[in-house]
Design a protein around this ligand. Structure first.
Ligand SMILES: C[S@@+](CC[C@H](N)C(=O)[O-])C[C@H]1O[C@@H](n2cnc3c(N)ncnc32)[C@H](O)[C@@H]1O
Length: 227
């Protein structure tokens, strides 16, 4: 299952509609989502008006799109209250700057607008090499997932009000939902401080990834969401 298939399944089976994507790039996912309320945030969109028109012919829902060509921090400071006034967000793909504190801020800001049954999907949570898992400044070539994995460890450690797990597919799809009183506790609890999380090495992460990420199979997601 990739992120688009999960988004489409959640929309189809759970009736989730209002969609936010942070980090859109060329819109390969964004333009295919079928919703009358879609918000795109990226400081450098990699598409022009011609592509927008072409994608609207292919998927007429794109006529309703709202575009914010700015950082997610600026979007949440300047626009989000207005954009989400009187309307809750159902589904968000957090896929912007792939560094611990950026991704964490994106999730925390998104949570302010998320409905009680809403779902946040955070991409690139399960890197497979030290180079893929590091900071952007240190990255040289190949896949770069960044250290979004630290954001998952942070949320699992610091936010008992949330369900947090990672699907073992598509570079690791982090799933974040608001925990309801009847929800089961997912996975073995962990309790790292932000300072400890920042100091974790890739080798430590690699040796503990299943537990720290609360890594789950696609079948788990299907059962969890009733897909
Ligand atoms: C991996 S791409 C997103 C891919 C897209 N979501 C997809 O699924 O195909 C990451 C994007 O994040 C954007 N980005 C970088 N820093 C950002 C920030 N501070 N706020 C929002 N987006 C950011 C980049 O411009 C880039 O287009």
């Amino acid at each position: 299952m990739n992120r688009l298939e999960l988004i489409q399944a959640l929309m189809r089976q759970k009736g989730l509609r209002n969609y936010l994507e942070i980090g859109v790039e060329n819109g390969r996912i964004f333009f295919r989502v079928q919703s009358k309320f879609k918000v795109a945030v990226d400081p450098h969109f990699m598409f022009d008006t011609g592509r927008k028109i072409g994608k609207t012919i292919l998927n007429p829902y794109n006529v309703y799109n709202q575009y914010f060509e700015k950082t997610s921090d600026d979007f949440f400071t300047q626009d989000a209250d207005h954009v989400f006034a009187g309307r809750k967000l159902d589904l968000a793909l957090v896929d912007g700057m792939h560094e611990y504190h950026y991704a964490l801020r994106d999730v925390e800001n998104t949570l302010r607008y998320l409905s009680n049954d809403g779902v946040i999907i955070m991409h690139d949570c399960n890197p497979q090499s030290a180079q893929a898992a590091g900071r952007f400044d240190d990255w040289k070539e190949g896949v770069w997932n960044g250290d979004v994995w630290r954001s998952v460890i942070h949320l699992r450690s610091q936010r008992p009000d949330l369900n947090v797990f990672v699907l073992d597919c598509d570079h690791g799809l982090g799933i974040i939902t608001k925990r309801k009183p009847a929800d089961p506790v997912l996975g073995t609890p962990i309790s790292f401080t932000p300072t400890q999380i920042q100091a974790l090495t890739y080798d430590e992460f690699d040796a503990n990834r299943t537990n720290w990420l609360n890594l789950k199979s696609e079948d788990f997601a299907k059962a969890f969401f009733g897909l």
